[in-house]
Design a protein around this ligand. Sequence first.
Ligand code: NAP
Length: 242
Amino acid sequence: MQQTALITGASKRIGKSMAIHLAAKGWNVAVHFNNSEKPADDLIAELSYKYPGQQFNAFRANLADIDEVIALIPAVVGVYGPFQLLINNASVFDPGYLIKTSPELFELQININLKAPFFLMRDFASHCKRGNIINFVDTRITNNKSNFAAYSLSKKGLWEATKMAALEFAPAIRVNAIAPGVTLAPEDRDENYLLNLAQLIPMKRPGGIEPIIKSFDYILENQHLTGQLLFADGGENLGQNT
Ligand SMILES: NC(=O)c1ccc[n+]([C@@H]2O[C@H](COP(=O)([O-])OP(=O)(O)OC[C@H]3O[C@@H](n4cnc5c(N)ncnc54)[C@H](OP(=O)(O)O)[C@@H]3O)[C@@H](O)[C@H]2O)c1
């Protein structure tokens, strides 16, 4: 039986890499996007051409809007039937110390990075019944730096929700998380931004996508793994050795 994955924020960057990776392994991919319609369409065209026996479809949803969140899993089930893998990858990453955080900034980070994955996990469990959920958190959840206060809090919350869901949904659904560190520069920054940040981590270089894909494969293949967090961060979670 062909398996299907829904990847949120799949049209670019890490989400796109996972879509390409899963497609190469024979999966159908439901490509979720919000603003990136053209990149989503281009990705679907590329994958459909390369893997004509598999099914690739795009689904738009603004994950800041709870009605659109709640409509997403039923829409995917409507096309593919109950599917096997939910990847909560879509995210916003906006800076702001606690003292400077507006209610709007707070709500956006919490709604997109925590509330949306929470309800997508709920709906995956009720519509799909069996399978895997993988949540993208961030190595920042291990420290209390507040320069991205609302973002960090949203990811700390998502890690707690991962464990809660793992316990509630076992054994039918495994729920795990990946915590990237210095991986890709934000779209408005150049490579030097990343190279400078990487000097502060034990492995002294940006990880890129590969360690994430390896963690991802390990989660999928290890049938006894649930409620776990794999860091793909070059040791950043250990702190600084200076
Ligand atoms: N990149 C890194 O170095 C790094 C480091 C640590 C953790 N992470 C985590 O890894 C994951 C992937 O990172 P990334 O850098 O590839 O992510 P990204 O490019 O910042 O965002 C991925 C996608 O999220 C979607 N998104 C944003 N707001 C949305 C909304 N309101 N509704 C629906 N979708 C929305 C966007 O889709 P559209 O473009 O279609 O709007 C975007 O393409 C994230 O969860 C991130 O927190 C990344």
